[in-house]
Design a protein around this ligand. Structure first.
Ligand SMILES: *Cc1c(COP(=O)(O)O)cnc(C)c1O
Length: 411
């Protein structure tokens, strides 16, 4: 079992240890929720302030050109593309994940006009299900049955690579291959993948992907999402929300829509420059870092966390690191209360109904001593709550574990 001394040695030998100084982290907090809202990279504060004060305040409308605001979505897209194994010119930052998913799934279904089914799994994130349900017939299968369910009716397979609750990870390359063999297209939601482990979209010959800017990419609350369209599909990609920023020449002000060449046609309207600037700056914490290094550290961290917990708590995350993302989920009947009490002790995780306590590991700003301290606090808190359960606090602990959902936090 990991000792304090060993955790300190691991930190001393950690090639990513210096990255922590790039983040603002409140004193006394161990932040295991970077998979919901990434921590603040320090440089974002000054960059956003400067953009507001100088670029907007003084430069006014001229900043669209002089500060190249106009090119931000493509530049940010390239930075994200490097993290997800995308070809140059195939990723653009825009809109939210939900909106992007709608655009991509609609466009992809139009490329398979003879097929009527969108296939997904029951573990997919609710917004993904809501956004695509009206586009064609949505069929949901348990994750383990997914590949076997792909048949010639399926126009496209729409999946989130990492299950937001358990952390279970699909085999992106294998599912993509199986879908292609059946003539279907695939869209991957990389919300819990990008910035957490290496993704190889080009290598897997993926068709489309979307994802969030505010989780492991640390772009801040409401940060824009992104869209990947494989180069071979870009000419056929018809954005269902035709807007002037997806036009070949927005400033021609033509009454006819003509899509931009390449990935630019996935855009809709004016980019949110302040949020885009925050994401652009935040992505610089990945400069000079290989995703393999990030994942190596995440594997060690999640392994140690699981080892520390597994005798005391029920872990729902796959034991094999290749089958999970950068998170560990614990099932506990008082999971909501557990997360609340842990937060009072400075350990921030997340509750997911009905009974999961979820802990995300962002290797750029977490230390091995944090892993040890968080696991210790978690075991102590769970033990206290178990001892407390029953008549003492009945409103907090309904016997069936059916607790209401907590305050909303994007997953
Ligand atoms: C976080 C998350 C989203 C969030 O979508 P928004 O449009 O940014 O609110 C979507 N899908 C998945 C799988 C997520 O984890």
């Amino acid at each position: 079992m990991l000792t304090r001394g060993q955790a300190e040695e691991l930190d001393a030998a950690d090639p990513l240890a210096d990255r922590r100084t790039l983040f603002h982290l409140p004193d006394g907090v161990i932040y295991l929720d970077g998979n919901s809202l990434g921590a603040l990279p320090r440089a974002v504060v000054e960059r956003v302030a400067r953009t507001v004060r100088e670029e907007w305040g003084t430069g006014l409308i001229g900043s669209w050109e002089s500060e190249e605001w106009i090119g931000l979505p493509a530049r940010v897209g390239e930075k994200i593309g490097r993290l997800i194994g995308a070809e140059p010119g195939s990723v653009i930052a825009c809109d939210s994940t939900t909106v992007n998913l709608y655009k991509v799934v609609t466009a992809a279904c139009a490329m398979r006009p003879d097929r009527k089914v969108i296939l997904t799994d029951t573990a997919n994130f609710p917004t993904d299900l809501y956004a695509i349900a009206g586009i064609a017939t949505l069929v949901m299968t348990p994750p383990d049955d997914l590949v076997a369910t792909i048949d010639p009716e399926v126009a496209m397979v729409a999946l989130t690579e990492v299950d937001y609750r358990t952390g279970r990870r699909h085999d992106l390359a294998e599912v993509t291959r199986a879908a292609h063999q059946a003539g279907a297209l695939v869209v991957w939601d990389l919300a819990h993948s990008a910035g957490a482990f290496p993704v190889d979209l080009a290598g897997a010959e993926a068709d489309f992907a979307v994802g969030c800017g505010y989780k492991f990419l640390n772009g801040g609350p409401g940060s824009p999402g992104y869209v990947y369209v494989a180069p071979r599909h870009q000419d056929a990609f018809r954005n269902p929300i035709a807007g002037w920023f997806g036009h070949r020449d927005p400033f021609e002000f033509s009454t006819e829509f003509a899509p931009a060449a390449g990935i630019g046609r996935a855009m809709v309207g004016t980019p949110p420059v302040l949020s885009m600037v925050a994401l652009d700056e935040a992505l610089n914490v990945f400069a000079g870092v290989e995703m393999e290094q990030v994942w190596d550290k995440a594997v060690t961290m999640t392994e140690l966390f699981i080892e520390l917990l597994e005798d005391s708590l029920e872990i729902t995350t796959p034991r094999n690191p290749a089958q999970r993302g950068s998170q560990v989920a614990v099932r506990h009947p008082g999971a909501r209360r557990l997360i609340e009490v842990l937060a009072q002790r400075g350990v921030i995780g997340d509750f997911r109904p009905p009974d999961l306590a979820r802990f995300g590991f962002a290797p750029l700003y977490l230390r091995f001593v944090d892993v040890l301290e968080a696991a210790t606090a978690l075991i102590e808190t769970a033990t206290e709550l178990t001892a407390d359960r029953g008549p003492v606090h009945p409103p907090d602990f309904p016997a069936n574990g059916a607790l209401g959902s907590g305050p909303p936090s994007p997953s």
